[in-house]
Design a protein around this ligand. Structure first.
Ligand code: MSP
Length: 605
């Protein structure tokens, strides 16, 4: 299907000035430091900071603004939507641990044909439907321990004001014109498609549903004008699109020639009216992308684009799924250039959670219910599994058997059981009191150096958004801890008495210090589990809340510190119905065929 654009002013577009780069609004109100510098080689170095990775000095005035996509409210969230948000939360928590001033933005995308149709199908009105579904996102984020700072709804009045102001700036820059459009539209993607990217029967390759033929008189955005500027941007900053293999895709889209796209709809009522033309509403993507900026607008003040931009823009990181890369890495930067605003620092396109190889999604109906998983297995298990199991950037398939195996082996056995059996020995032999500082206990012991090296590894992986590798490095700390415990066999040293027993008491301090470090290093992924570990180690909630990445340094536990009564911090998943045990879940599931490794018994514990 040919796409036809008739425009009286299109021929003038190429004569317009290059994009405005001069307007760069600094976040002076936040007293921001100079922007972070990017490394030339994105593959190995830290993506967000040029400081040495071992330098963990908190830099409290540095800011880090990250966003998830704003989720469509056509249906309640599923595990695919939760995945982006869990990853974003882990990154936000890690950056906060580094001492950065983080603004973590999420929200819901509530306008457009798809939402209006969904509301109607439910026998509801768009506003009521949006309220209901938007609330279900908030509830899920609470259940998943998502620590967002801003939740923007595209139906918020401040958002509407910012979109209109932005539209007017782009118009004033000569980048909006009126033309006819004739093409194939995928309502689920809310996007006109090129015929060559479609499957048989003009089916969308993502949603497997036929696209519909549309002909409209719309307003267009002069994307083609920004071809060269976009090419230059990517050339100057290849880190802009991550992972690096997605950069090629973006470059080839740009190289194949950028076509102007329509940014209004005559046929859609449920949207923000085009300024000065009530017969059209703003295209849902042109509207929603602005949510990343309007989220920063102060609720107490009159919305104002430039003021809002000075409250944290540009974003350090847009985290998105790979299906919406074109909008974020091509359309959005061009829109920002047109409005004279700074570009985000980075767009990271992760892969899909799949079921039987197909993208899990509301439109295909092959979804996994996050609420079911949380109820069955707990928040930490869900967060850990998806971040550990799916290499961030690639696709990953879900299997319950694998879920149970991984979570039992890593969280219940390697970490939970190590802590529990050590505390058991300490209770029996030292009245639950540490005999010396962990620094003294580990003097001259190369085990401590191994732990510190693994912590540094985890730090680098977090910085690079290699979340699975970060989890792996932390787990490796647990593995070396277990090995140390088994090799030293403190239970038999205690039996020998004398200096052997003194050495055993020190070994327990060493192991507990190791678990303490694991708690901080895994905190971005398993915040509740980390707190339970800290509580077992005798810390208060305030002490835990004050912890930073600096606390992954060896030496936190002090002689004389009293540990709590040993209580499992993470219960293995068994294979019947769920039972709760005094605040620590003993989770049981019927379906499991898994045979997780048994926790190691401790002789004499
Ligand atoms: N509303 C737009 C985004 C606008 S951002 C200004 C949108 N919404 S969405 O609800 O359809 O998708 C939101 C995000 O969820 C996308 O990044 C998408 O890739 C992600 N996912 C949806 N299903 C997914 C999986 N099965 N797996 C991983 N992520 C998936 O697009």
């Amino acid at each position: 299907m040919a796409v036809r654009i008739n425009s009286s002013i299109q021929n003038t577009l190429c004569l317009l000035n290059p994009p405005l780069f001069s307007l760069r609004y600094r976040a002076s109100s936040l007293k921001l430091k100079p922007q972070l510098h990017f490394r030339q080689n994105p593959s190995r170095g830290a993506l967000f900071c040029t400081c040495a990775t071992t330098d963990i000095t908190p830099q409290s005035t540095e800011h880090f603004v990250l966003t998830t996509p704003l989720y469509y409210v056509n249906a309640p969230p599923h595990m695919g939507s939760a995945y982006t948000t869990i990853a974003a939360d882990a990154i936000a928590r890690f950056q906060r641990l580094l001492g950065k001033s983080v603004i973590f933005i999420t929200g819901t995308d509530e306008h457009g044909e798809k939402i209006a149709t969904a509301a109607m199908a439910q026998g509801s009105t768009p506003p009521d439907h949006c309220n209901l579904i938007s609330r279900s996102y908030k509830t899920l984020w609470k259940d998943l321990d998502i620590s967002y700072d801003k939740f923007i709804r595209t139906t918020d009045s401040k958002h509407e004001a910012i979109v209109k102001e932005f539209y007017s700036r782009v118009l004033a820059n000569g980048d909006i014109y009126r033309a006819d459009y004739d093409g194939l539209y995928c309502v689920n993607c809310e996007e006109y498609k090129d015929e060559k990217e479609l499957l048989d029967n003009n089916c969308c390759p993502v949603h497997l549903k036929p696209c519909v033929s549309r002909k409209e008189d719309n307003y267009f955005f002069a994307l083609s004008k920004y071809q060269k500027a976009l090419e230059d941007t990517l050339y100057r900053n290849p880190n802009f699109v991550q992972p690096s293999f997605r950069l090629n895709e973006v470059q080839s889209w740009i190289k194949s020639g950028l076509r102007d796209f329509s940014i209004s709809r005559a046929s859609v009522e449920w949207g923000i009216p085009v300024p000065d033309d009530k017969t059209q509403t703003i295209y849902v993507w042109f509207d929603a992308l602005l949510g990343y900026i309007s989220a920063l607008s102060d609720d107490q003040e009159q919305p104002d684009l430039l003021k809002t931009v000075s409250s944290g823009w540009p974003a350090s990181l847009h985290l998105i799924g790979k299906d919406i890369l074109r909008f974020h890495a091509v359309y959005w930067p061009a829109m920002l250039m047109s409005a004279g605003l700074s570009l985000p620092k980075m767009v990271f396109g992760h892969g899909f959670l799949t079921k039987d190889g197909m993208k899990m999604g509301k439109s295909l109906g092959n979804i996994l219910e996050p609420n079911d998983l949380v109820n069955k297995f707990g928040t930490d298990a869900v967060r850990y599994f998806f971040l550990r199991e799916v290499e961030f950037g690639n696709d990953g398939d879900y299997s319950e058997e694998r879920f149970i195996n991984i979570v039992n082996a890593h969280l219940a056995n390697t970490i939970g059981n190590l802590l529990n059996r050590t505390l058991g020995l300490l209770k029996k032999n030292c009245q639950s009191i540490l005999v010396v500082d962990s620094t003294t206990a580990a003097e001259g012991n190369e085990f401590k150096d191994n732990v510190e090296k693994l912590v540094d590894k985890a730090h680098i992986h977090y910085e690079n958004l290699s979340l699975s590798s970060a989890c792996e490095a932390v787990l490796e700390i647990g593995n070396v801890g277990n090995l140390y415990m088994d090799q030293r066999a403190p239970w038999s040293l205690f039996k020998q008495g004398g200096t052997a027993a003194e050495a055993a008491a020190k070994d327990l301090v060493i192991i507990l210090e190791t678990v303490r470090i694991i708690a901080i290093a895994l905190f971005p992924v398993t915040p509740s589990l980390s707190w339970r570990i800290y509580a077992q180690l005798g810390y208060s909630r305030d002490q835990f809340d004050a912890a930073t990445w600096r606390d992954t340094k060896w030496g936190g536990l002090k002689g004389g510190q009293v540990m709590a009564q040993p209580k499992p911090v993470f219960a293995r998943i068994e294979n019947q119905t769920e039972v709760e045990d005094k605040g620590v879940a003993v989770r049981k599931t019927k379906k499991s065929k898994a045979k997780p490794k048994q926790p190691q018994e401790v002789a004499g514990a």
